[in-house]
Write a protein that binds this ligand. Structure first.
Ligand code: F6R
Length: 645
C-alpha cells in the first residue's frame, strides 16, 4: 500500500460506528454510507481540502469530473461550500470525462450544459480552466481533437483527483466493455444498455446518440487519486462484480483494482450485493438478529434446493451458519421456527380477518371495516404493484381510498396526447375550436426534447386521470374516494424534479388527516429510474413525522409495496397476499386501463417488458419461492413490508 493511499484511508474516516470491515472478497477499497447525501458530503470535503492544500502551496489543482446522476450531490455541496464557506476555485483546472457525439453545447442533454447547470455557473472557476470534450467537432477533426485533449491533460500536470460514476455495463467514463487498459481519449460507440439507461432523459432511445468522446482507461488510471460514486440498488450488481470479480475488459471498471489510490463511495443499496453485506456469514462471525437468521435460512434453502423443513445440521455447518445452529440448538427447532414465521406472513385478508384470532396474523382483526388509503406515486402503481390486494380490500368491505401523488404527465407520449386532442377537436365541431387547434399545433410542431407547455401537460395529466378512474371504477371504488394530489415537486415538465417542498408535505398531511386511515399502503420502491417513488416515499415519511402525535395515528399501520421494478426479498416480507388465477386476470385487466402506459411506454426502466407482464412475472415468482420453501402452492402473491414509524 503506498503512503498516499494509507493517508487517504485515514483521512477518509468515513465509516459510521459499527460499519463493516473490508473482506478477502474485496479488491477495491470502499466505504459505505447510509445515504448518498452523506457520502457526497464527505467526497466534497476531500475535494475542498485538496483545493485548499494546493492553494496554500500556490499550485493548481486538476480535477477530473463526471456527469450523470451520481456526482450531482457532490457538486451541490461544492457550490454550498463556495457560497457559505468561501471555497475558491481560482486555482482549479477541470477536465470532464466525456461528452455525447455528436452533441451541441446548448442541447439540454449535453454534458456541457449539465456541468454548467450543476457546477460551473455557480462557482468562481475561470472559464479558460474548464475542459469538456467538444461534441460538435467535425468527424474529420475528431481524431486529432482527442489526441489534443489527452495532451492538454498532460500539460496541466495530470489529474490530481478523478471523480467517476459507473454504468450498468461497468463503464467508467464511456469506456464500454471491450475497452483496453491502455486506451486514451477517443471516440467510442455506446453500449445498448448505456443507451437504454439514457433513454428517459432523451425521451426515447431513438434520440440517444450512438457515439461519445471519452477519456480512456489509461487516462483515468493516471489520476493520482480516484473516487468512484455509486448509489442505489440498480448499481449493486455491477458494484459487486467490479469489487469482487476478476479484472476483465468485459467490465472496464475492474481495471481500477490495480490502481493504488482508488476508493469507491457507496450507499447501502449499491453495496447490498457485496458478500460481506449480502451473506456476511460466509465472511466471518455474525451477530444473528432475527432478520439476519431469516435471510440466511432462505438463502440456504435456495443454495441447497431444499424446503425449510428439510434442512439438516450439515447444511448449516457447511455454509457458514454453525454459530446460528449453536445459538438455536438444532436444525429441527430452527426449521420449525422459520417455517412458522414465513407461514404467518400469508393472509387472504390484507385488512385483517374479522372475528379471528389475530395473534399470528399480519393485520389486526379490529376494526373489522377499516379505512384504507393507498398512495400511488404515479397513476398506475396502485394496480401494478398491489392490484390483487386492492381488489380484496374492496371486496372485503373496507373503505378504500386511492391517492395518486403525481399527475404522471411526462410519461404520456405526444402521439397519445394528439389522439385525444383530435377527438376533442372533432367533438367540439360546432363550438370554438381554437384551443384544441392550438394544442394540436403545439404537439405537431414540438422540437425534440422540448419541454411541454402547461396546456399539453394538463392534457396529458387528464389522460392519466381518466385512465386511473377507469381502473378504480373497475375495481369498485367510488369516484369520491379517488384523490389526485398533483404534488408540485413533479410539475416541471421534465425528468428533473423540484425538491420536496412545504406544499407537497401539506397536501400529504391533509389527505391523511381527512381520511384518518387504519391502513396506509405506499410504494417503498427506491429503484424508480427518475426517483419519483423515492421522493413520494420521503413525502410520506415527513408527513408521518408531523402527524404522529395525533391520536388517530395510533391506529394507523403503514404497509409498503414495491413499485414496478423490484420485489421485496422473501425474508423481508411481513404480509404476502395470495391471488387465485382469476384474480391475476382481474389485476391484469385493471392495469390495461392505463392505456397510455402500454405498448412501448416512455419510461420503462431497465426492463423492456410491459408493466402487466412484469407484475405477473414477479407475483408468480414470489408464489413459487414460497412454494419452494415448503409452503402452499398459490398462483401468485403480492408482498408487503410493515413500516414502523
Ligand atoms: C458520465 C460518465 C458515465 C457515468 C455513468 C453513471 O460523465 O462518464 O460513466 O458516470 O454512466 O451514470 P449515473 O451517475 O447517471 O448513474
Amino acid at each position: 500500500m503506498n503512503v498516499n493511499f494509507k493517508k487517504q484511508q485515514e483521512d477518509i474516516n468515513f465509516k459510521p460506528a459499527g460499519q463493516f470491515e473490508e473482506t478477502r472478497f474485496e479488491k477495491i477499497h470502499n466505504v459505505i454510507f447510509s445515504t448518498a447525501k452523506e457520502g457526497s458530503i464527505k467526497v466534497a470535503k476531500e475535494i475542498k481540502d485538496l483545493i485548499n492544500e494546493k492553494q496554500a502551496k500556490g499550485e493548481m489543482c486538476v480535477l477530473g469530473l463526471a456527469t450523470g446522476s451520481s456526482p450531482i450531490k457532490v457538486y451541490e455541496e461544492l457550490v454550498r461550500m463556495h457560497k457559505e464557506e468561501g471555497l475558491r476555485f481560482s486555482n482549479v483546472i477541470t477536465f470532464n470525462l466525456d461528452e455525447y457525439y455528436p452533441m451541441s453545447k446548448d442541447n439540454l442533454q449535453s454534458y456541457y450544459y449539465f456541468m454548467h447547470e450543476h457546477l460551473f455557473n455557480h462557482i468562481d472557476i475561470l472559464p479558460k480552466n474548464v475542459h469538456i470534450p467538444n461534441g460538435s467537432v467535425s468527424s474529420e477533426q475528431l481524431h486529432q481533437y482527442c489526441i489534443d485533449y489527452e495532451q492538454d491533460i498532460k500539460k496541466s500536470g495530470g489529474i490530481d483527483l478523478q471523480l467517476l460514476g459507473i454504468g450498468r455495463t461497468g463503464h467508467i467514463g464511456f469506456n464500454e466493455p471491450g475497452s483496453h487498459i491502455n486506451s486514451e481519449t477517443r471516440s467510442i460507440t455506446l453500449d445498448y444498455i448505456t443507451r437504454v439507461d439514457a433513454a428517459s432523459s432523451f425521451l426515447g432511445i431513438d434520440n440517444v446518440p450512438k457515439k461519445a468522446i471519452t477519456m480512456g482507461i489509461r487516462t483515468v488510471r493516471k489520476a493520482k487519486r480516484i473516487i468512484l460514486l455509486a448509489w442505489g440498488d440498480n448499481k449493486s450488481s455491477i458494484i459487486r462484480k467490479t469489487i469482487e470479480g476478476e479484472i476483465s475488459s468485459k467490465i472496464p471498471a475492474t481495471y481500477l483494482q490495480s490502481h493504488q489510490n482508488t476508493t469507491f463511495i457507496l450507499d447501502i443499496e449499491a453495496a447490498s450485493e457485496l458478500t460481506r453485506i449480502n451473506t456476511p456469514w460466509l465472511v466471518g462471525p455474525c451477530v444473528w438478529s432475527e432478520k439476519l437468521s431469516s435471510k440466511a435460512i432462505i438463502w440456504l434453502c435456495e443454495l441447497t434446493g431444499k424446503s425449510i423443513l428439510k434442512l439438516i445440521d450439515e447444511d448449516y455447518n457447511d455454509n457458514g451458519m454453525s454459530s446460528l445452529l449453536a445459538q438455536e440448538g438444532s436444525s429441527y427447532d430452527l426449521n420449525i421456527k422459520m417455517f412458522n414465521k414465513v407461514q404467518h406472513t400469508i393472509t387472504g385478508w390484507p385488512g385483517g380477518k374479522p372475528n379471528a384470532d389475530d395473534t399470528y396474523r399480519p393485520e389486526r382483526a379490529n376494526p373489522a371495516k377499516k379505512r384504507v388509503l393507498i398512495f400511488s406515486p404515479h397513476p398506475d402503481d396502485d394496480v401494478i404493484s398491489m392490484g390483487g390486494t386492492f381488489d380484496r380490500l374492496v371486496e372485503q368491505g373496507h373503505e378504500v381510498h386511492v391517492a395518486y401523488q403525481t399527475s404522471g404527465n411526462i410519461a404520456v407520449a405526444d402521439h397519445e396526447a394528439l389522439k385525444f386532442a383530435e377527438v376533442a377537436k372533432e367533438m367540439n365541431f360546432y363550438q370554438d375550436n381554437g384551443f384544441m387547434l392550438d394544442i394540436i399545433k403545439q404537439v405537431t410542431s414540438k422540437k425534440d426534447n422540448a419541454i411541454d407547455s402547461i396546456e399539453i401537460r394538463k392534457l396529458k395529466g387528464r389522460i392519466r386521470r381518466s385512465e386511473s378512474l377507469a381502473a378504480t371504477r373497475y375495481l369498485g371504488v367510488p369516484d369520491e374516494n379517488v384523490h389526485f394530489l398533483n404534488m408540485p415537486f413533479y410539475e416541471t415538465g421534465s425528468i428533473k424534479k423540484k425538491p420536496l417542498g412545504e406544499e407537497d408535505i401539506k397536501i400529504m398531511c391533509e389527505i391523511i388527516e381527512k381520511i384518518k386511515p387504519h391502513q396506509i399502503y405506499a410504494a417503498g420502491d427506491l429503484s424508480d429510474p427518475h426517483g419519483t417513488h423515492r421522493v413520494s416515499l420521503n413525502a410520506l415519511f415527513e408527513s408521518l413525522k408531523i402527524l404522529k402525535p395525533k391520536s388517530f395515528m395510533g391506529d394507523c399501520w403503514v404497509w409498503l409495496y414495491k413499485g414496478a421494478w423490484h420485489e421485496w426479498e422473501i425474508h423481508e416480507i411481513d404480509m404476502a397476499v395470495p391471488m387465485s388465477p382469476d384474480q391475476v386476470l382481474k389485476k391484469r385487466k385493471a392495469i390495461f386501463f392505463h392505456q397510455s402506459q402500454k405498448d412501448g411506454v416512455m419510461f420503462q426502466g431497465n426492463d423492456i417488458r410491459e408493466f402487466w407482464m412484469r407484475a405477473e412475472d414477479r407475483n408468480t415468482k414470489t408464489a413459487q419461492k414460497y412454494n419452494e420453501l415448503g409452503l402452499a402452492d398459490y398462483a401468485a402473491m403480492e408482498a408487503f413490508v410493515r413500516w414502523h414509524y
